[in-house]
Design a protein around this ligand. Structure first.
Ligand SMILES: [Zn+2]
Length: 345
């Protein structure tokens, strides 16, 4: 895997609705790794191998991240915000942030106080960002209402090939689908292979809708992150026994296609790779749900990377899991064929 490119993506601001910068990087990166690379009006980048083939397999990883958006500026020059996606409001006070403006990044500190720290019911609208401005007029010279905000954190390497950073969810997914497409080429995949870095997953799901509606895949795989039970947070009884470093996670739920899961399992077996299994009741909460209901209906699977501390400023995942996911999905591309029978009986 190209770790340098992965870390570049993880250092790029891409709050839902403001993904152009990260999508452009992916667009450029894929130029000599695919037969065709396209971008649509939302900024969804789709790379394809064998675009002339009738049978199409689409992998999607979302390139957007959660964050904040500037809603107003106070007389004292501090910024008020709303949330974009499912943030944990209490992770923001006392933290440095980046405001992504049309002229580049402006830095800020999120105000904190004893009262704020003790407020168990803190809302995004309670947060104030201090950018050093003298007053409202001063702040508005640099920041526009609607500018997006991310934590001022980047990726760092931890022990045992693990990494920590902001919004591995789901920039690692966008990275994985693109790397898998590159590997599928080497494996001689014969179907139409498509890898998409989608926009808007954390908010509207519009990116997956645009992408799948236009590609019209026969089969789709959403590549995202999932909660683990190996640390504080999620109980094993809720979704399954999932740990960082133990391999890609396949999802069982009412809409994930069981035959696709079997094919993915066979691919893992062929590679001598362990996979983990999670359960979900109802929707997966991923681009898979959206792609599934486009066109005449699309059978889909969900392949996830185990992730600790999801939607926090410093999530933790494993480079080994990322590499295994790339290998698994490249193998899956090669295992798909026009004659695939996905009917259950
Ligand atoms: Zn996600």
């Amino acid at each position: 895997m190209n770790k340098e490119f992965l870390f570049d993506l993880l250092s790029t601001g891409s709050v839902s609705g403001n993904e152009a910068q990260i999508e452009k990087k992916i667009y450029d990166y894929m130029q000599d790794r695919a037969d065709l690379v396209t971008v649509d009006e939302l900024g969804n980048v789709t790379a394809a191998l064998n675009p002339e083939a009738d049978f199409k397999v689409l992998l999607a990883g979302h390139a957007d991240e959660i964050g904040l958006m500037v809603t107003s500026v106070g007389g004292d020059g501090t910024l008020a915000v709303t949330n974009i996606g499912g943030i944990y409001t209490t992770t923001y006070p006392g933290h440095k942030v980046r405001i992504h403006t049309k002229n580049g990044v402006i830095y800020g500190a999120v105000a904190n106080s004893r009262d704020t720290a003790k407020n168990g019911d803190l809302k995004a609208s309670d947060l104030r960002i201090d950018i050093g401005a003298k007053d409202k007029e001063d702040a508005l010279q640099y920041v526009d209402l609607g500018d997006t905000v991310t934590f001022d954190t980047d990726v760092r390497e931890l022990l045992n090939n693990r990494i920590t950073g902001r919004a591995l969810d789901d920039r690692i997914g966008a990275f994985i689908v693109m790397e898998a497409l590159g590997e599928a080429k080497k494996k001689g995949a014969s179907v139409g292979c498509y890898a998409a870095a989608t926009t808007g997953e954390e908010t509207t799901g519009n990116g997956a809708f645009f992408t799948a509606s236009r590609v019209k895949p026969n089969v789709a795989v959403a590549v995202d992150v999932t909660y683990t039970s190996d640390n504080c947070g999620i109980s094993e009884a809720l979704t399954g026994d999932i740990a960082v470093g133990k391999g890609p996670v396949l999802c069982n739920n009412p809409s994930v296609h069981k035959k696709l899961n079997l094919i993915l399992r066979d691919c893992a077996k062929k590679l001598g790779m362990e996979v983990q299994t999670e359960a979900a009741n109802g929707h997966t909460g991923t681009d898979g749900d959206t792609m599934h209901l486009t066109g005449i209906g699309v059978p889909f699977a969900l392949v996830s990377i185990p992730l600790r501390y999801m939607h926090n400023p410093d999530e933790v995942g494993s480079l080994d899991d990322i590499q295994n996911c790339i290998d698994l999905l490249a193998e899956f591309f090669a295992a798909c064929s026009e004659g695939m029978d996905l009917k259950p009986f």
